[in-house]
Design a protein around this ligand. Structure first.
Ligand code: KG4
Ligand code: ZN
Length: 336
């Protein structure tokens, strides 16, 4: 099936065309305006989607060398995400599906991230463990089969990417903070400072695989506050490296514990933070130690994109799933 997929859940305006499981095009416009504000401003994000979505869709069709009349289905992210941003994508997709007279399918953005390791054919086969680490989410999932997901752990406060962004702000680095912290950390000593690592105990409501990063962020803040301007300048790289080390360690430990329970052959990483090379190395080492194969998407498929939405949609469309034209955005949509 030739499919156009649209992703506008946050600050990336993206479109992709897929024919069966072959990706024909993948276009994306990143909204740089948010850098001025140190984080995503929802109102500006929706306005930018309105301006950019049509050109991005036209570009995706042109790169796929298809006219819009050759599209056989339209897929769109309908949650979770920012209400205004989702509304732009969902309304556009509904209008296009109506005009072309083709099926519409709403896709869960988090399920898209789960499929992001499988845009290329060499991805993992269920059952496997998947860790989605992005600016808004930190979710460890047992993928029993495609479409059958068990959430094992989530962050109780900041997401992993959010922690990177906040640590970057404390260190005077630009937004988004992850790439800047990683670059600075490459010059620092990860053992220089011991930052705390939350180890959450299981209780009646949460499982033992939950995450917490707000304590780590606060520890960085308190550490930096005690330093003079000169001391901070001298220690910035060490602080970045030690922060990154503590965060990565927390992720690896939780995944390794979950792997002991679920013994899957594969572990997949997804989301913007999975671009981090030090993190990938740490997971490769853990894989060698605990006996799992590591899968991660190439960077363009780690951050938000429409190719992963197309891949998830292909699976559901092939199984006969369709959405009504009354489809509405669901900003708090959970992964089920
Ligand atoms: O998946 P994504 O593009 O958007 C969300 O759905 O949130 O993830 C963005 C997040 C940001 O917090 C950014 O700082 C982080 O991913 N990130 C990184 C790296 N590249 C992006 N974090 C650590 N290291 C990186 N190299
Ligand atoms: Zn995302």
């Amino acid at each position: 099936m030739r499919l156009l997929a649209i992703e506008t859940s946050c600050d990336e305006t993206a479109a992709a065309v897929m024919s069966d499981n072959q990706l024909l095009s993948n276009t994306i416009a990143t909204q740089e305006i948010h850098q001025l504000y140190g984080g995503v401003v929802p109102e500006l994000a929706s306005r930018a989607h309105v301006q950019r979505l049509v050109p991005i869709v036209k570009m995706a069709l042109a790169q796929a060398q298809l006219s819009q009349n050759e599209i056989e289905a339209v897929a769109v992210t309908y949650g979770p995400g920012l209400m205004g941003s989702l509304l732009v994508g969902v309304s556009f997709a509904k209008g296009l599906a109506l005009q072309l007279g083709v099926p519409l399918l709403g896709v869960n953005h988090m399920e898209g991230h789960l499929f992001s390791t499988n845009i290329k054919p060499e991805g993992p086969t269920p059952p496997f463990l998947s860790l989605i680490i992005s600016g808004g989410h930190t979710i460890l999932t047992y993928v029993r089969a495609w479409g059958e997901y068990q959430i094992l752990g989530q962050t109780q406060d900041d997401a992993a990417g959010e922690a990177f962004d906040k640590a970057a702000k404390i260190l005077g680095l630009p937004y988004p903070g992850g790439p800047a912290v990683e670059k600075l950390a490459n010059r620092g000593n990860p053992q220089a400072i011991t930052f705390p690592q939350a180890r959450l105990k299981p209780n009646a409501v949460n499982q033992s695989f939950d995450f917490s990063f707000s304590g780590l962020k606060t520890a960085v803040l308190y550490y930096v506050r005690k330093l003079s301007v000169d001391e901070l300048e001298k220690q910035r790289a060490d602080i970045a490296a030690s922060f990154q080390y503590a965060l990565i360690n927390a992720l690896v430990e939780n995944v390794a514990r979950a792997h002991k329970v679920f013994s899957t052959d594969a572990v997949a990483l997804a989301g913007g933070v999975a671009c981090n090379k030090t993190l990938r190395q740490a997971f490769f080492q853990a894989g060698a130690q605990h006996g799992f194969q590591l899968h991660f998407p190439e960077p363009i498929f780690c951050t938000d994109n429409a190719a992963m939405i197309a891949r998830a949609a292909q699976f559901h469309l092939a199984n006969g799933k369709r959405s009504p034209l009354s489809l509405a955005p669901d900003p708090g949509l959970a992964l089920k």
